[in-house]
Design a protein around this ligand. Sequence first.
Ligand code: UGA
Length: 434
Amino acid sequence: MNVVMIGSGYVGLVSGACFAEFGANVICVDKDEAKINELLACRIPIYEPGLDDLVRRNVESGRLTFSIELENTVANADLVFIAVGTPTRRGDGHADLKYVYTAAEEVAGYLQGYTVIVDKSTVPVGTAREVCRIISKTNPSADFDVASNPEFLREGSAIGDFMRPDRVVLGVESKRAEQKLRELYRPLNLIEAPLHITNLESAELIKYASNAFLATKISFINEMSQLCEKVGADVHSVSKGMGLDGRIGKKFLHAGPGYGGSCFPKDTLALIRIAQEHGVSSRIIESVVEVNASQKARMVSKIRDALGGSEADKTIAILGLTFKPETDDMRDSPSLAILPALVDKGATLKAHDPEGVEEAKKILPEAVQYMGSIDEVVKDVDAVVLMTEWNQYRGLDLDKVKSMMKGNVFVDLRNVYEKDLMESHGFEYTCVGR
Ligand code: UGA
């Protein structure tokens, strides 16, 4: 089975390497020649646990390669995946589809023999039909079908998610296309991963609806966390008690500084726009977005309160900058909202992150100082703010941290620690919803 993956970003690279691991011959194509040259040398441009080994193994076996060239690769392909970026279009919340449509047009010219073109990028409902229209128009004699196969990978655990998915969603409307995709995913039969076969529009909507629902769970528990603080309840216990009900489920009910990343913020906005375009209200998702913004703002007040009412002239150590652990991704990280607000009010910020510093330097205020170790970042600070729950921060040497600090304020935005423990080590401890 010959697979071409157009777009060697996060989804394209992980999916391409995993399909190669399944036994397909995969060529990942990208217009960025420098990136392709790095990949040919097995240098991976993103941080994702296990990805470098997976790529190297499959490159060595000859099943995975990289190219900037589309013509010959597409001509020999059984399946061509479109996994290019769909950033939020500036100003209006729409997903920008120009890369998807350009890829469709380019592919159309090179098709030879029956080929399935598969949308893997997260795209608004109706995109697969438009891709179909573009290909037919560009190459009226092409023998092809279009399918939608949305991805449900989480950054930091993407390979495990790909290899052991809860489900694979396939929007297909011909038996030929369905057979090709079933063949590609056959290795998952062994673990009985469900293949959910549906039409193009449903597959596209499943992706947005799933992300919006998970974001809803997070905003729901974040709203509850505020109430917990007022009434003396403990949000951990509330989540646990709710999650034990199988109908609710325990996942995605961790209160924190708000969701971030490249998916939930973008996809919730895009879904609101899609609904608007079809004259349908999306009041729940609009509230989810609003609650998320206010949760980030609430974290700034929390830090201010913990510092006695003002962050001016205080030095604060920030532990973690990325939107979650095990990634170097800073996109829409809560730190991008919280750190500038603290700097504006006159705080001096020192920050540490195991993987995110290079990205952070490009987008956080220049005044933020970056430290190479936990010891350096906590030295002489008034307060420590735990922003991202990296493993390195879960087992801090609390006595050492406390002795190196000037003050004793510890603000735990991920509820990693217990209040009693922190107080027994001499900290003034604040967390979320407890
Ligand atoms: C998310 C989805 O989980 C994937 O299924 C989906 O494929 C992906 O988006 C995508 O559309 O490509 P990801 O953004 O990598 O994956 O990260 P998540 O683990 O879902 O976390 C998203 C954000 O929610 C993070 O900021 C995280 O800290 C936050 N979160 C998550 C919470 O605040 N509480 C929770 O209980 C769970």
